[in-house]
Write a protein that binds this ligand. Sequence first.
Ligand code: AMP
Ligand code: FE
Ligand code: FE
Ligand code: ZN
Length: 286
Amino acid sequence: MRIDLHTHSTASDGTDTPAELVANAAAVGLDALAITDHDTTAGWAAAQAALPPGLRLVRGAELSCLSPDGRGGTCTVHLLAYLFDPNAQAVVHEYARARAERRVRLAKIADRMAADGFPISGEALLAAVPEEATAGRPHLAMALVRAGVVSSVDEAFARFLNDRGRYYLPSSRTPIEDSLEMIAEAGGVTVLAHAFATHRGPTVTGDVIKELAALGLDGVEVNHPDHDEDARKRLRHLADELDLITTGSSDYHGTNKVIGLGQETTAPEMLAEIARRATGVAVVEG
Ligand code: AMP
Ligand code: FE
Ligand code: FE
Ligand code: ZN
């Protein structure tokens, strides 16, 4: 069994449509795939409609949250939410708000670059991001590639768009305790994404993960392309100690990143436990 529980489509900042995503998952031999676009469930229906025979679809999302960092400050964390009811009022309301704020924020970043002479405009950029999709920095990175400013999305992040850069603005973030509560309320299961991926920016301490576990966090993503061996080991130990579900996933974004589908995988018993705990929606059998 090969199971990849963290992937993105054109419903957020991936480059495969939801239909292409499930087709590609089957093509690389995956048995189960989760679609986890940032702050939206907009890709669920199309992924389900195109589900190839034999592939199981776990419907999810990756929520942008604000957490204590364990050092007296705060930092951004990403919370994977699986199999929650997509019509739960609190979830619908909060993530509609988050997506609207993300559009304003991305236009602001683009306009800052325009003010510095880059051939880019916030308005033109947003016109190219479908209303139902979640706007993110990769959309701007792709626009910079199209404009010939950089030759790749990676170069755009390295030179201009990373969290430490002059154009960075944080995206909308929901307090982590609120996200945990609203997803639990909606019958979903929560897994903290790439918690120790230090090169992306500030991360939480192990003590914060203990606090989140006490608030109902179900699991941690251990095997992720941005985790080195030490990060994986520390997360595995924490999961053992706190009795958390552990997952492994590629965080595939299509051609926006070099990571392939199924590059990291989750053990079947962990997916079974996620499915057992969820009461929002079921795993779809293709
Ligand atoms: P945002 O949600 O707008 O803050 O953008 C974050 C997204 O940008 C992440 O989910 C990744 O998809 C992408 N990203 C972050 N860093 C890089 C990078 N160095 N190269 C390519 N994509 C990146
Ligand atoms: Fe992303
Ligand atoms: Fe993430
Ligand atoms: Zn992701």
